[in-house]
Design a protein around this ligand. Structure first.
Ligand SMILES: [Zn+2]
Length: 263
């Protein structure tokens, strides 16, 4: 099914409107989305920098210019909060994540990486095509893994140096070219804290559209070695009992679910 862009009357029934990393809502509790009138006003005021509709999913995704004020009767909420308040398998949230990821992907693929010609939306599927050399690019999904290491009744949590360094969380990283997800788990743990694990097992996955990650969640059992934090990345790593946890990531993330024992 093609992605249709910039054609009048192609607005779908659901409107996902984004600015920076926020989404526009009328009511955040029920994820009530803006009406047709609000969408029209955004176009009239020329604050729309990109948009597309996907008939298959009956939504329109719209990106507004940075720091755009919320139209009357609406408010911006962080996209991340959708995952906190509601079940992230909810269809409306899945579509919001898709809409946001694809908008970010379109922004990165305006020009052909081979010949520099302006890319166009493909006529038949959700992809970008170069009219000159026919290079074809699909929306990007970047696989990453997150792992909870367990040792008897304790779990391993780390505080990172460069990101979210006010919380202790699971180890995580991107899967490298040529690796399986399980190999990435073993490598990241070895690199970041210098220990060996066994019994690596897949638990679940979560789309994390900031901008395009697919988080694959694992658990692993401690095997041997002394915790030795990687100097450049890890501020501190240690074992915790679940009844005496430090500050951890906010609810909704797969990290929070792993840490709280919900998975
Ligand atoms: Zn090209």
């Amino acid at each position: 099914m093609p992605m249709i862009t910039n054609l009048q009357n192609d607005l779908m029934s659901l409107h996902y409107i984004f600015c920076n990393y926020s989404i526009l809502v009328v009511d955040s509790e029920k994820l009530q989305l803006p009406s047709d009138e609000i969408v029209q006003k955004c176009f009239e005021h020329q604050v729309v920098i990109d948009w597309f509709g996907e008939p298959e999913y009956q939504y329109t995704a719209i990106a507004l210019e940075d720091d755009c004020p919320a139209p009357a009767g609406c408010k911006w909420i962080p996209i991340r909060s959708l995952f906190v308040k509601q079940n992230s398998n909810n269809e409306a949230i899945t579509r919001a994540a898709r809409a946001h990821s694809i908008l970010k992907w379109r922004k990165k693929h305006r020009y052909c990486p081979h010949c520099g010609t302006q890319m166009q939306d493909d006529k038949f599927e959700t992809a970008r095509t170069c009219p000159d050399c026919q290079t074809h690019i699909y929306p990007t999904v970047t696989p990453a893994m997150i792992v909870l290491v367990e040792k008897d009744s304790e779990i391993l949590l780390a505080r990172h140096k460069h990101r979210n360094n006010d919380v202790y969380t699971c180890l995580a990283g991107f899967i490298e070219a040529g690796e399986s997800a399980e190999q990435a788990v073993v490598r990241e743990i070895r690199e970041e804290v210098g220990i060996e694990v066994e019994n690596v097992r897949y638990i679940t996955s979560q789309a994390w559209p900031f901008p395009d990650q697919l988080m694959l969640a694992f658990k692993a059992d401690y095997k041997k070695g002394k915790i030795t934090p990687q100097e450049e990345e890890i501020e501190e790593a240690m074992w915790f009992k679940r009844d005496n946890l430090p500050a951890i990531p906010k609810p909704g993330s797969v990290a929070w679910k792993l840490i709280m024992g919900e998975l």
